[in-house]
Design a protein around this ligand. Sequence first.
Ligand code: ADP
Length: 171
Amino acid sequence: MAEFTVLRGDITLSQVDAIVNAANTTLLGGGGVDGAIHRAAGPELFEACVPFNGCPTGEARITPGFKLPAKWVIHTPGPVWHGGQEHEAEMLANCYRNSLKVAMDHDCRTVDFPSISTGVYGYPLDEAAAVATQTIATVLGHTTTLERVRLVAFDDATATAYRTAWANLVD
Ligand code: ADP
């Protein structure tokens, strides 16, 4: 069974097969983790994203990692939180599910996620963590190729939320 872990860190430093980018629907870069990934990967990442012509919320697109230690970057636009009645949970689950599908299609064994949508997009942290861990657990229960998925939390509150959500899930 593939493992899931939570760590505190900077995802641009992750030495894994793929990191996931909490992108926006233009795929042309933004603030937060998206900006950090584009800065660390270099301008080739932007050039590689242009031909996609954007990406709908919840879907995922893959590019090389260029100057990043990660081999691939999987770009997925998370939902903007509008109060919870506008399919936000479904779209957030799609982000995790579709990103892992693209990762498996590219023979990735190790994948690191940031906390999608809980920054500027305003998704409540505990609710996002519940959706993310549930979705990841379901995929890990079926995969024969993934070995390890990690949630890379940029701060302590985020790390705690995902550890708690995972613990509540397996109990
Ligand atoms: P969104 O627009 O999807 O909400 P943000 O980038 O605003 O995306 O925030 C998502 C999460 O990524 C937040 O928890 C933020 O603190 C975190 N984050 C920002 N920079 C990094 C980084 N270098 N590595 C990992 N997480 C990061």
